[in-house]
Write a new protein. Structure first.
Length: 126
């Protein structure tokens, strides 16, 4: 079974988010592992993702990630962006590049930012 476009797109965008501030914090990497677990992404598919992004330019990773997300339902997109929103807070500081990436990506995916925030705030244990 292969990973769905929403899950793969989520991994691509999460990769950009955790590297946006130039520092991949241990908490951010743990959050990525938690997403992998919560979304039932196999170790094999996760390794394929990690190999796929090596050496790629940020804009190419973004383009591929958003293309995958745009092939998903609004509910799948919303779920993915809630993960990204929660991930942006995980290291205790939200970098301006993370905010820009989130806002720009949410807008491009046709999702309302307020919906993402409301759903994210309803999740207490992340």
């Amino acid at each position: 079974m292969t990973t769905s476009p929403s899950k793969l797109g989520l991994l691509y965008l999460a990769h950009l988010l955790i590297s946006a501030d130039g520092i991949i914090d241990a908490k951010e990497y743990q959050a990525l592992s938690k997403i992998k677990e919560k979304e039932s992404i196999s170790e094999e598919d996760f390794k394929k993702f990690e190999t796929a992004v090596v050496g790629k330019k940020e804009r190419d990773i973004y383009r591929e990630g958003i293309e995958m997300m745009n092939n998903c339902t609004d509910e799948e997109k919303l779920n993915a962006f809630v993960h990204l929103y929660k991930m942006s807070e995980i290291d205790g500081r939200v970098h301006v590049k993370e905010v820009r990436l989130l806002l720009y990506t949410i807008k491009n995916a046709g999702i309302e930012f307020n919906e993402v925030v409301a759903r994210a705030q309803s999740i207490t244990n992340y």
